[in-house]
Ligand binder design. Structure first.
Ligand code: SF4
Length: 442
């Protein structure tokens, strides 16, 4: 018996230029194959043609323009990407009919343009990968990366030299991925980037249209959209720029979890200056107080580096005093270590190892007492808990809105029969341990 498949849209690819461009072409085609598209070896059989251009030399540009012209003449449904994407205006002036022009590595934009020109056909036979993509996390929570790279140059960090400057994904691509994740069973989206709050700065916060609405490439707009998908939305790696106050407003509306992960790294102004930290705001304590007035159960998580070159006893004491006032919920602390290639390696006055160690212990003792008090204050309250694991003895383990997976604490449940992984259960908190809470479903 013959099996009739829905006919998949076909994509043609003309790939010009260097091996980096070839890898870009491969990535685009891999994504399109995973989305159920077929490939076409000729113009006639293609529903849409992608021309991946090279603009390195004048001769390469001429070849690219010739390839675009040929694809327009032979097929007419053409998307231009690659190095000549930087000259979008001149391409559009010469070929007004091209469907889209994007720059190198803008895979999401190319895939979006293909989907718009030739919508994918849903078929169990053609879709090689589930809608939500291949995940390394459990089905019920997912990380959502919204940008790559970083525009800052913190003295202890080499990420910008490894991953380049900030490059934000288009909002529509992020939302498409988030919707697929929620459809695939994710109950919690963990938004990540090197600096999540800087999202869209490289795109100049461009406005795009999404289902008839205007959407800025800006963390506030993106967070509002994500908050309407029906999953918990947790923000990581937020820097305390002024616009973070708007995110607190979204938490007050219930669209985001009352949780902020802000890598403060230190509090002493002179150490922060030496670290070259962004959003180094001396008034951050006042802002935390205002945030908590607006969202009383806001959980704050942070990380700190102790023993950075030049850190004096006075700087360290400043940090301890700050910590006492900030009353953070969860904190990670690291002894400063030199990283090959980091600017901080050239700084004078390194802190001796035994002093770093001593400060680390003093810091952790102070913070442990704060964290314990804040956990203790949750005893007797009823909290929503997302179940991460169930055991054979009727127990279960999960996390409240105040705890991210892997890095924060857990809630251990007794008498949790009939509960499954991924359920969100109302739990009465009965006791607090050093890091975790104990409770029972209500
Ligand atoms: S530590 Fe600084 S430079 Fe490194 S990724 Fe974070 S913000 Fe960027």
């Amino acid at each position: 018996m013959a099996l009739t498949l829905d006919s998949a849209p076909r994509v043609g690819m003309v790939s010009l230029g260097c091996p980096k461009a070839l890898v870009d072409s491969e990535r685009i085609l891999t994504q399109l194959r995973a989305d159920g598209y077929a490939l076409s070896a000729d113009y006639a059989g293609a529903d849409v043609v992608i021309v991946n251009t090279c603009g390195f030399l004048d001769s390469a540009k001429a070849e690219s323009l010739e390839a675009i012209g040929e694809a327009m003449a032979e097929n007419g449904q053409v998307i231009v990407t690659g190095c000549m994407g930087h000259e979008a205006e001149s391409i559009r002036a010469r070929f007004p009919g091209v469907l889209a022009v994007t720059g190198p590595q803008q895979y999401d934009d190319v895939v979006s343009a293909v989907r718009a020109a030739a919508p994918p056909v849903k078929s169990a036979y053609l879709d090689l990968i589930p809608d939500a993509g291949l995940k390394l996390t459990p089905r019920h929570y997912s990380y959502l990366k919204i940008s790559e790279g970083c525009d800052h140059r913190c003295a202890f960090c080499i990420i910008p030299s490894l991953r380049g400057d900030l490059s934000s994904r288009p909002p529509a691509a992020i939302l498409r991925e988030a919707e697929a994740l929620v459809r695939g069973g994710s109950k919690e989206l963990l938004v990540i980037a090197q600096d999540t709050s800087a999202y869209g700065v490289d795109l100049r916060h461009a406005v795009s249209s999404l289902g008839g609405r205007e959407l800025r490439a800006h963390i506030t707009d993106l967070a509002r959209e994500l908050g309407q998908l029906g999953a918990w939305v947790r923000l990581h790696y937020i820097y305390p720029y002024p616009h973070v106050d708007q995110l607190i407003g979204l938490m007050a509306e219930g669209l985001l979890l009352p949780y902020l992960d802000i890598p403060f790294q230190h509090a002493s102004p002179s150490v922060l200056r030496a670290m070259r930290r962004p959003a180094n705001d001396a008034k951050v304590l006042e802002r935390i107080t205002r945030w908590r007035a607006q969202v009383p159960d806001l959980a704050l998580r942070s990380t700190f580096v102790l023993g950075f070159p030049g850190e004096t006893e006075a700087d360290f004491q400043y940090l301890l005093d700050w910590l006492e006032q900030a009353q953070l919920d969860r904190v990670g602390a690291f002894r400063y270590e030199a990283v090959d290639g980091a600017a901080a390696n050239a700084l004078p006055n390194p802190v001796p190892e035994d002093l770093k160690d001593e400060r680390w212990h003093r810091f952790m003792a102070a913070q442990s007492a704060i964290s314990a008090r804040r956990l203790e204050a949750k005893v007797g309250r009823d909290l929503d808990v997302l179940i991460d694991a169930v055991d054979e003895d009727g127990g279960a383990t999960g996390r409240s809105k105040y705890d991210a997976p892997e890095i924060d604490g857990e809630v251990h449940l007794r008498d949790a029969g009939g509960i499954s992984v991924g359920d969100i259960v109302r739990v009465r908190i009965e006791a607090a341990e050093d890091h975790d809470l104990l409770g029972v479903p209500v």
